[in-house]
Design a protein around this ligand. Sequence first.
Ligand SMILES: [Mg+2]
Length: 153
Amino acid sequence: MLVDAGTVWGDDVETARSRLEMLNRLRVTWLEEPFHTGALEAYKGLAAVAGSLRLAAGEGSHNFYMAQHLIDYAGIGYIQIDTGRVGGITVAKQVADYASAKGITYVNHTFTSHLALSASIQPYAGLGDHTICEYPVALKALAKNLTQQTADG
Ligand SMILES: [Mg+2]
């Protein structure tokens, strides 16, 4: 099971820690954004006591260095990058390659359109072991109407 906490705990490690027993009982293996993107110490503190539960973070990264800091200092298991937010395909690929070299799994962050999904999967090129992909189950009407060719016609 994967859970997206949406930064609900800010940088409050103790409140997040109080949920660990329940999350582990439910066999949650992915906890996304328990804290704000820049709360590196909070991430590191929770990761140190999270057992088999691995933390995901990074969709709020606005540049390579923000993602690099999460990889280097936050104890996360997954770096989740929004290609449109981080600075484009080239920067996202730079993060993906850096994550791979550091033993962190690269995952895309995408929920808006086919165009965004197409851009977000480009950084996976050459990363055979990085197989988790977020994709939009249903597109917003605006996104679909702006696209001339879609998977369903
Ligand atoms: Mg999220």
